[in-house]
Structures are given as C-alpha cells and as structure tokens.
Design a protein around this ligand. Structure first.
Ligand code: ZN
Length: 133
C-alpha cells in the first residue's frame, strides 16, 4: 500500500460544505462528480499535497445517507493509493481482512476502487484506489 490518496468526508449538503471547505483551504473545489451506481455526488479539494473528497447522498438508500443517519457528518473513509489493486485485494484477504469488493469497481476521479469492511479495520472504512491510465 502506498500513500494516503485522499480522505472522504460525508456531508449532508454538498453546496454548503463546498463553501465551508473552500474557506478552510483558501481555494475552491476543483471537480464535482456524481457516481450514480453508489448514490453519491462528490467534490474534490486540494490543500498542499493533500486531497479531500466530500460525499453527499443522492438518494436515501445511498451508503452515505445510511452513514449520516447512524453517525452524523464526518470522516467516512481513508483511501490509500495502490499500484496493483487486484494483488492487494488477494494479499489483504489472505491477512484476514474483509474485502467488500472482490472485483474492483470504477470509483470517482478515474480510479479503480475496493473497500475493506470497517468491522475488520478497527471501525475505519478503508478504500484502496488505483489510478486508471
Ligand atoms: Zn474515496
């Protein structure tokens, strides 16, 4: 596993939070992307070398809606860059982690992604992401 690629934050209202985080970082978001299959709308910020992804639910069955219902707004996941997501999935399964996506799927920001169940990672949802080139 490589560096932290981004941190995902669940928000109730993307427009309001875009303004808030633009003020925090001193720079506006550089991209908005909807991932219909996940029921989320995302926006991305850069602050120095760091990337932050804001996630808003687009329907009540969205994992983000369920997360906010349960825990409220806040940090939703930590994403790590990997160079070979398929072999990382195999390795992590071998280590006993619960991989939610046996086959990586297309995520936001031109990435192949897979998630590890928080139950197997001390309550933290971990995203693996590999750049699609
Ligand atoms: Zn993410």
């Amino acid at each position: 596993m490589d560096k932290i690629e981004h941190i995902g934050i669940a928000v109730k209202d993307l427009e309001t939070s875009n303004k808030l985080f633009a003020g925090l970082f001193g720079t506006p978001h550089y991209k908005v992307e909807e991932v219909a299959s996940e029921g989320v709308k995302t926006s991305f910020f850069k602050s120095g070398p760091n990337k932050i992804e804001l996630l808003e639910a687009t329907n009540p069955d969205s994992p983000i809606a369920k997360f906010i219902d349960k825990k409220g707004e806040g940090i939703h996941h930590i994403a790590f860059a990997v160079t070979d997501i398929v072999s990382e999935i195999t390795r992590l399964k071998g280590e006993g982690f619960i991989v939610l996506n046996e086959t990586p799927k297309k995520g936001a920001d031109n990435k192949l992604v897979a998630f590890l169940h928080p139950k197997s990672t001390n309550g933290v949802l971990i995203e693996l992401c590999q750049e699609i080139d």
